[in-house]
Structure formats: C-alpha cells, structure tokens
Ligand binder design. Structure first.
Ligand code: EPZ
Length: 439
C-alpha cells in the first residue's frame, strides 16, 4: 500500500493548475451510455475513479479511446450487458450512475446496491423512488437493484419531488428523463455546478434540459440522443484544497484553470478566517495568509451553494492553525469526522459532539503516522502534514488517488517536501487490490 512521507513546515509558493472535476466527469461518462454515437470528453482528470468508471463502461460493451491522457472518446454503440456488478460498485459508488442511462436507453438495468461506506450509510432510495415515478419497476434481487421500463420500453415523464437534495440522484434522474416520453420536472434538485455541467453535455447530445443549477429542473424527453464533444469543468474541491494549502503553510499560491464562482461560499469563509484571496481573472485565483494570522470561523456543511461537505475535512485542518475556537457542523453525512482523531494524533485539539467538531486553535502540529480513511480525509491529513513540524507518514493514500490528480507532484512543484513510497506487498484491501495504480 502506497504511503506519503511529508516533512512539513515549508511555505508553498508558485503556480498550480487545477484539473477537471471528478464529480462532473463521472456522470458525463455515464451519459455516453445514452447514445450509440461517440461522446468526446476533454479535461477528464487522471484519477482512479475515472479509471474505474472507464472499466465499467468497457465491461458493459462500450469502447473507450483516450487519444490524449485527459480526453476520452466513448462509444456505446454495442452494449451487451446492462449490469453494474458488485465488484465495481463496492469500490466506487458513482457506478450507480449507470442505472438511469441504461434504463432509459435499453429499458433494463441491474446495479448492485452500494451498501454503506466510510462516511455514512448513503442509501440510493431517492434514485429508485424517482425512477419508479417515471414508470420503472424496481425490485431488489440478491443485493442488486433490478429496474425495468414500462412495456412500451420507454420511461414516462413525471414530476419527481426529492425529499432530500441528492447530487447523483438528480444526475441519474436527469439522464433517465432525457429519453423519457414527455416532460419530467425534478423538484428540490441538487444545484451543484456538476449538475449544470452534465446538463450542458446532455443538451449538446440533443436533450432538452432546462433549469440545471437551480432547484427545479425541467426535462422534455426526446426519442434519441447523438454524439457530442464537451469539456469538463474545473474541480472546485481541488481548488479549495489548494487555497487551504497556501493558507495553512503561510505561503502564496496562484491557481490556474479554476472557476472562482463555483467556490463562492468557501472563498468568503476563508477570507473571513484571514486568508487573502484575489480573483486575478475569471479562471485564476491567488491565495495567501493575511498578516495577523488565521482566525477561527464556524462552518456548517449544506448542499450547494452553501459550504460543501467535500471541503469540511480540509477546513478542519486549517482551523487547527486558527486563533480561537471554531465549530464545524456536518449535516450531509453522518460519519465524516474520521480525520479528526488522526489529527488529534498530530496534536490537534478537536472534540466531537454529535455532528459537530469543536476545534481549539492554534495548536502546533507535529508529524505522526496517520491513516487516510476516505478521499477528503486524506486531503485533510496531507494539509495537516504540510503544516506540521517533522515527518508525517500517511498510510492508505489510495483514497487520495481516487480524486486528486497527482497531488504529490503538484505539491512538490510549489515547494512541498512530499514523497510517495510504493509498496507492492500483498494487500487485503479490496479497494486497493482491485484498482489500477496511478503513477
Ligand atoms: C455526491 O455524492 C458526491 N459524489 C460526493 O463526493 C459528495 O460528498 C456528495 O455528493 C455531497 O455533495 C459524486 O458526485 C460522485 P448525495 P452522492 O446523494 O450523490 C442522502 C467526494 O469526496 N441520500 O448528494 O452520493 C445521503 O445519504 C464525494 O468526492 C439518501 O438518503 O451524495 C446523504 O446524506 C464523496 N438517499 C445526502 O442524501 C438517496 O437516495 C446527500 O447525498 C441519496 C442520498
């Protein structure tokens, strides 16, 4: 299992290029199932979840070509299998994004139920209920969701009210509705930029989706979709992670190829906390710590456009270095504080009360051996390691490879002392053993 060795205490300085958004590329890749023609995606990040999604598409029978590292040409002309198997879904929950498109185009789909994961129970009941509203028959068979379209072979447009905001649920329904008969209205839809990005791709393919990015999305179903070319939006979570990397190390970073308006609430909060963030132009940000240091500021995670749960762990690392007491409340996932106990091992003073973490700062962090538990928790530990005195060893960094493109290379280029130690010992972890290594 690979691990990172980080010797902290260096101020990061320089330029970082932000990669494409994993959470946009995953649904856009799934959308290619909706058409027999070729969908070309640019700016697809080179991360492990993308490799897993590619494997899923290829297992289904699609052809995926990568003429360039970050360009994927997906042709789902001959789909032979309508199933996302347990082996893939358990390593990446986003495989459930195959459900809507398979059902819409072929009238049938079988997708393994994902089960719980490190950050929460994460059911997909809202996806299933929404598909039922569109006329699908959904049953559970030996751990699999088996869905069938009505006898006509096509789903029927209808009004879907989500009880809770769900990102992939909204995406699944948007894709299913794109080929349904008649109009679908999604109420209480997720408003993430990734939803709008998927809608843009779908519309390029010939779909009629309006309102994506707001809480009401209207989709007029069409009989068929064609090929399209689309560039994936920049990753707002990678952007946020590097903004914090600048601040926590007392350095200065310029972030290129990002979209500042996708990180509005985070940027406002970081400014309140004492981080100087300058919007140089519509795709470039510069961040550094303001003289006078960091101040504790509370946050609560909520669906977009509020503070993203995917930045909660990284923000907690920053708050360990801020003056005063901050409270961090997690409302999206029930178990997303695993990084807190690892940071305590580095000297952080963090108490957990239910869904709230109370951080007392500033505390000098010292290097320790810690373990990553999920993608964003890994990023948090990297940030803590960069700020700590001495050496931090982070184990199980395969979590970070799922969603950050070559993070150690990007950090090293701006002055971090970070190194990946590769270990090719036999591993028990299914997640690592079944996944390709990203060099
Ligand atoms: C997406 O997950 C992201 N994944 C997550 O990113 C992100 O943390 C999450 O949205 C929230 O922003 C992708 O886009 C691939 P949800 P998703 O459905 O869609 C509950 C990362 O680190 N819920 O919006 O699975 C659910 O349990 C990851 O990149 C139901 O109850 O999240 C949670 O409490 C991790 N029933 C809340 O809703 C459902 O049917 C929001 O989950 C669906 C969700």
């Amino acid at each position: 299992m690979d691990r990172f060795h980080i010797r902290g205490g260096r101020a990061l300085k320089g330029l970082v290029r932000i990669s494409g958004a994993k959470n946009s590329a995953l649904p856009c890749m799934a959308a290619a199932i909706l058409t027999p023609e070729t969908v070309t995606l640019h700016n697809v990040p080179y991360v492990r979840d993308i490799i897993t999604q590619r494997r899923l598409l290829e297992d289904l029978g699609a052809t995926v070509l990568t003429p360039e590292l970050r360009t994927h040409k997906i042709t789902a002309a001959h789909i032979e299998l309508f199933e996302a198997p347990y082996e893939l879904v358990k390593t990446m929950r986003a495989s459930v994004l195959a459900l809507g498109p398979l059902l819409a185009r072929f009238g049938q789909a079988k997708v393994s139920l994902p089960g719980g994961c490190a950050i929460g129970t994460r059911p997909i009941d809202l996806h299933l209920r929404g598909l039922e509203v569109l006329g699908a028959q959904v049953s559970l068979e030996s751990g699999y969701v088996v869905a069938r379209a009505p006898a006509s072979g096509r789903l029927r447009g209808a009004e879907v009210n989500f009880d809770k905001v769900t990102v992939t649920g909204t995406e699944n329904l948007m894709m299913a509705a794109a080929l349904a008969e008649g109009q679908t209205i999604l109420n209480n839809a997720a408003r993430e930029p990734e939803i709008a990005d998927l809608a843009e791709l779908l519309n390029r393919m010939g779909a009629r989706v309006r309102g994506a990015g707001t809480s009401v999305i209207k989709i007029d179903g069409v009989e068929g979709l064609g090929g399209a070319e689309h560039t994936i939006i920049p990753d707002r979570i990678e952007t946020g992670t590097f903004l914090i990397a600048a601040a926590i190390t007392g350095g200065e970073l310029e972030l290129k190829d990002c979209v500042p308006e996708h990180s509005g609430v985070l940027i406002a909060k970081l400014r309140e906390a004492g981080v100087e963030i300058e919007e140089i132009n519509r795709s470039t940000l510069r961040a550094r710590c303001r003289d006078g240091g960091l101040k504790a500021r509370d946050i609560m995670t909520e669906p977009h456009p509020r503070f993203p749960t995917d930045m909660q762990a990284q923000y907690m690392a920053l708050m360990t270095q801020a003056e005063g007491r901050s409270t961090i409340t997690e409302t999206i996932f029930e178990n997303r504080f695993m990084h807190a106990s690892e940071m305590q091992r580095m000297g952080a003073r963090i108490g957990i009360e239910g869904h709230t973490a109370i951080v007392e700062g500033p505390t000098p962090l010292t290097g320790a051996r810690v373990q990553a538990s999920d993608l964003r928790a890994s990023a948090c530990l990297v940030l803590a390691g960069l700020a700590a005195e001495g050496e931090t060893v982070i184990e199980r960094v395969y979590h970070i490879d799922r969603g950050y493109e070559k993070i150690e290379d990007k950090l090293r280029k701006v002055g971090a002392d970070i190194e990946r130690i590769r270990e090719s010992v036999a591993v028990n972890s299914e997640q690592e053993s079944s996944a390709p290594v990203i060099a």
